[in-house]
Design a protein around this ligand. Structure first.
Ligand code: ZN
Length: 133
């Protein structure tokens, strides 16, 4: 079952360049940075009440985030829903004819398991399911 919106992923060229906006202009505080090798990104999380913002900086030219920025520029990349049953959520989506990016969950940032639904079958919104490990 989906429990809440966990975070909003935002693609940026540089964490160093973009973090001051969130810290100084918005007054949010960073929960630290982490590299996610499987996704070829460096992330920084900001708490905003119950929801987090996840800044994503590509670490390689073939990173999904590098490709996204190339195509769309910087900006909102995905919405992540927290679930207590990621496998069940994936099979529910699959049963509803949604195309899955990940058939099985992969390692995500913040010690979570994550899986994505393809934006071509979610009306343009790259959708992530995440669950704490
Ligand atoms: Zn995410």
């Amino acid at each position: 079952m989906i429990q809440k919106i966990d975070h909003i992923g935002i693609a940026v060229r540089s964490l160093a360049a973009s973090k001051p906006y969130y810290e100084k202009a918005l007054g949010l505080s960073s929960d630290g940075e982490e590299e996610v090798a499987s996704q070829k990104v460096k992330t920084a999380f900001f708490s905003c009440g119950e929801v987090h913002l996840e800044l994503l900086e590509p670490t390689a030219p073939d990173s999904p985030i590098a490709i996204f920025i190339e195509k769309n520029g910087e900006g909102i990349h995905h919405i992540a829903f927290r679930t207590n049953d990621i496998e069940g959520q994936l099979s529910q989506a699959k049963d509803a004819a949604v195309r899955l990016v990940h058939e099985v969950p992969i390692e995500g940032a913040g010690d979570k398991l994550v899986a994505f639904l393809h934006p071509k079958s979610t009306y343009g919104v790259l959708t992530e399911f995440c669950t704490p490990k």
